[in-house]
Design a protein around this ligand. Structure first.
Ligand SMILES: [Zn+2]
Length: 149
């Protein structure tokens, strides 16, 4: 399936390609204060592909706590779009389908997740294992580093 979404103002768009169904993928609600403040509902597929279409100038890259990922926030409308980690050919992300208003997962049970007990190393490993390989259409972002290096 191919799903598309965008932030509230439309400056940041995302496309998610996966061979799995929404039921097979499931959705996660991270319980950290940032994700709850945004009402985030996240999806990822390590065998899929996410494409983020937004200009570097339109995206704020917020980091906090362990600073192991960049949280992409639209500078215009304030929607949290995705969390991104990595560099070069190894960039992975998790999409916030609530912010992007992707409706295909309506009715899929949410799995609350609490990652507080993770070490930094295990958090990074989990993301590379679980998150979606990601590319950016804006070359400024495509050659960027996200999170730890
Ligand atoms: Zn926006």
């Amino acid at each position: 399936m191919r799903l598309t979404g965008q932030c509230h103002c439309g400056n940041v768009k995302a496309t998610f390609d996966s061979q799995k169904t929404p039921q097979e993928l499931g959705v996660r609600t991270c319980q950290c204060a940032f994700c709850r403040a945004h009402g985030a509902v996240n999806i990822s597929d390590p065998d899929g592909l996410t494409t983020i279409d937004g200009a570097d100038a339109d995206i704020n890259r917020y980091t906090f706590a362990l600073r192991t990922a960049d949280f992409l926030i639209c500078k215009t409308c304030g929607v949290y779009v995705a969390a991104v980690m990595g560099e070069g050919e190894r960039i992975v992300s998790t999409l916030n389908i609530a912010g992007l208003r992707i409706k295909a997962f309506d009715g899929v049970g949410e799995a609350p997740m609490d990652y507080d007990a993770e070490t930094t190393a295990s958090r990074i490993d989990r993301r590379y294992t679980k998150w979606t390989p990601t590319k950016f259409l804006d070359p400024e972002l495509a050659c960027s580093n996200f999170g730890p290096h």
